[in-house]
Design a protein around this ligand. Sequence first.
Ligand code: B12
Ligand code: SF4
Length: 502
Amino acid sequence: MRKSLPVISTAPAGTGGCGTAVAAPARTSGLPRWKQRKLRIALVRHHDLCLNTRQISQIQRRAGVLPHLGLGYIHTALKTAGFHHVIQVDTPALGLDSEGLRELLADFGPDLVGVSTTTPGLPGAVEACRAAKSTGAKVILGGPHTEVYARENLYHDCIDYVGVGEGITIMPELAEALEQGEKPEGIRGLVTRDHDGGAAPMVNLEEVGWPERGGLPMNSYYSIMAPRPFATMISSRGCPFKCSFCFKQAVDKKSMYRTPEDVVGEMTELQKRWGVKEIMFYDDVFTLHRGRVREICALINERGLKVRWEAPTRVDLVPEKLLEAMAGAGCVRLRFGIEHGDPEILARMRKESDIGKIERAVTSAHEAGIKGFGYFIVGWLDESREQFRRTLDLACRIPLDYASFYTATPLPGTPLHTESVAAGRIPADYWDRFVRGEFDARIGYLVPDAQLRAQIAYRRFFLRKEMVKPLVSHMATTGQWRNTLDGLRSLARSTSNTDRDF
Ligand code: B12
Ligand code: SF4
């Protein structure tokens, strides 16, 4: 039994056939509440690959398709509020193009369509909104993007409303208003052409229940990092650090922790119901609250849960004792936000770490039997080739089994964006024009050969003899032979003539 969401008026939730929270029959006017709800709602993510990606194409195409947890949580909240005619349409997992999406929606006949987007993902989202509008439904756009650009999205005729902040509260309230034939103005976080409802404040995800996964094409999700089937989870939200490239939603500025019981409960359900072999946590920083992580590990062992899991963290938040506890509870990999090998750039990134801490954390994880994944950023504002080489040297020197080399991309609302505009590297109005539909060019790189640097970094990191053993071990344990080998082959084919300049 889960708790019902306190911020929306709803009947107490019970457990439905598929194991997620559904409204218990509250007989207020003769019929159970869920029978009174007629509204048909589709929740959509469209296109995973995007123009303004930070990833090089050789990797982006093979990295995988990960479930969209935000939509799963909104689905659960809608069910709790008694809305049962709800579908999630995840086009990257379903392999649908815009026309396929339009046909699917036309067939379903939604009254309301909620589309989720990041800022780089906006072109796909606008296509989804057009497809939704062509069915006559009301259309709402939400997701991290709308925290910076809200009303501006209403430039597109196919969008009726913009949701800012928690869709978990906005969507049930909007659905209720539409069902009652009431004007939705007044809903916290809802922006219309005549009204600005601000932002819907953060909700503790534990209050909502687990994200709805029923009806999703679970077998279509994959990650180059994990054996199939795998799943993603969020055990906490928020991060107090202020790295200058990182986009922070209002909710991310506060912290929210789920209890160890709830986290391990969901892990157990994922293994039992879906046969999941690996769980990838997508918290901002999994080990922010160390006591909680220790309790999670203890509970995993107490319950005899045997599942592989991995999580993101910072190099200054992994003391040795904690690493041992995590390794002993099934943690196979930690993703470290290392970012750079040059101290001056690390300081400009406001990373609050240093090379010594990086070396110690990755080595300690390795010694505890946890594989290290390093996130790096190349092509930072005014990054010299010498500074770039320091990143590459660091990545190859420390015991990492995996690395990702993103190109620096100034997302709107970040300090990196402000600095890049001030330095004259990108036009001040790029994202404004992008939001209005000028989707034809990527935002400029901050050093002209940033993409080449990323390709070279991937090549030099993965195509060295020290990586043969880790790569073979990775492919053998995850079964990701084809994606991994294809990725390595395409890296081997790229950039070879220009390598020597670096
Ligand atoms: C997991 C993850 C991914 C996964 C899966 C994507 C997903 N959405 O699940 C993968 C790896 C595929 C991914 C890819 C990318 N990501 Co990402 N990702 C995340 C991460 C770490 C967690 C997302 C999450 O599950 N959050 C928890 C859930 C509960 O929250 P949520 O999804 O945001 O949903 C809530 C609200 O946003 C809102 N909401 C969401 N959808 C909707 C829809 C409607 C209608 C409404 C009303 C509300 C609403 O309500 C939800 C709950 O109440 C976030 C960081 C973060 N802290 O959120 C970055 C983040 C979302 N990613 C980001 C970026 C930049 C990317 C990439 C561009 C990276 C790249 N390759 O270059 C791509 C873009 C892909 C695309 N086409 O859009 C940025 C987005 C910044 C921005 N301004 O938009 C973030 C915020 C990271 C950061 N701090 O910079 N990502
Ligand atoms: S990059 Fe990681 S540590 Fe830095 S602010 Fe973002 S979530 Fe926090």
